[in-house]
Design a protein around this ligand. Structure first.
Ligand code: NAP
Length: 251
């Protein structure tokens, strides 16, 4: 399939957690470059439909699909839906993620379970479902949305930081396994990006993080989406097993 520079024309993409925030921006950007996109969500059906409508209004193709990707069977169903709808899956963006912040001393087993399942198991489950068709078609792009917390750690986020560091190890090992089949596996590590995920964070903590950013401002979801779209393209074929920080220089 010959591709124009940075075009994703005819590609089929699955973006987990694409109803809001960074996932939404990624879905819109991949579609803008010509990919057909499955917009996955867990609860926000209306928001996911709005993403689908925005893509269609711009002349693109998209479908919404509800699945809790922390669950193995639902992750399988999501990838299956993409294959049934458009016959293949070329690009998988493992973006769905949550936080349950508190000090380690106060963390309960449920705080660990939920975060590790949602952030790390979802990446493993969706990749597992997508890898066989990618191997068969000798083409694939898996992009895992990790975090700077997985690189440098963050106080109050030991569960989240562990899940994000787990995604990085997964990325590097899987990249080695599938590289010879024209499948790349990379991670993108956002810093402080303005989305709902920051809703419960105290202003003082946000100001402290802002002070750590050399560029001197928060990032926008689109900043992450442009990097993901590049890694999803034909032109990024020689980049695999990498972690690209999109963090205004924070790390
Ligand atoms: P967000 O605005 O809170 O959006 C989270 C998205 O994930 C929503 O679409 C949500 O779906 C979906 N989701 C959550 N659990 C899910 C599940 N079990 N199954 C399917 N979908 C699920 O978060 P965000 O800031 O865009 O974060 C996106 C990713 O970037 C996360 O992995 C996060 O860790 C990472 N990240 C964000 C930042 C930042 O500063 N924002 C920094 C570093 C890394 P519903 O709407 O249906 O709930």
């Amino acid at each position: 399939m010959a591709q124009e520079f940075l075009s994703l024309h005819d590609r089929v993409a699955v973006v987990t957690g694409a109803s809001r925030g960074i996932g939404r921006a990624i879905a819109l950007e991949l579609a803008r470059r010509g990919a057909r996109v499955v917009v996955n969500y867990r609860r926000s059906a209306d928001a996911a439909q709005q993403v689908v409508q925005a893509i269609r209004a711009a002349g693109g193709q998209a479908e919404a699909f509800q699945a809790d990707v922390s669950d193995y069977d639902q992750a399988q169903a999501l990838i299956q839906f993409a294959r049934q709808t458009w016959g293949r899956v070329d690009i998988l963006v493992n973006n769905a993620g949550i936080t349950r912040d508190k000090l380690f001393m106060q963390m309960k087993p449920a705080d660990w379970d939920e975060v590790i399942r949602t952030n790390l198991y979802s990446t493993i489950h969706c990749s597992k479902a997508a890898i066989r068709p990618m191997l068969r078609q000798r083409y694939g792009r898996i992009i895992n949305i990790t975090s700077v917390a997985g690189i440098i750690g963050n106080a109050g986020q030991v569960n989240y930081s562990a899940s994000k560091a787990g995604q990085i190890g997964f990325t590097k090992a899987l990249a080695r396994e599938v590289a010879s089949r024209n499948i790349t596996v990379n991670a993108v590590a956002p810093g402080y990006i303005e989305t709902d995920i920051w809703a419960g964070v105290p202003e003082e903590a946000k100001a402290q993080i802002l002070a750590m950013i050399p560029v001197g401002r928060k990032g926008a979801p689109e900043d992450v989406a442009y990097t993901v779209a590049f890694l999803a393209s034909e032109q990024a074929a020689y980049i695999t097993g990498q972690v690209i920080a999109v963090d205004g220089g924070m790390t």
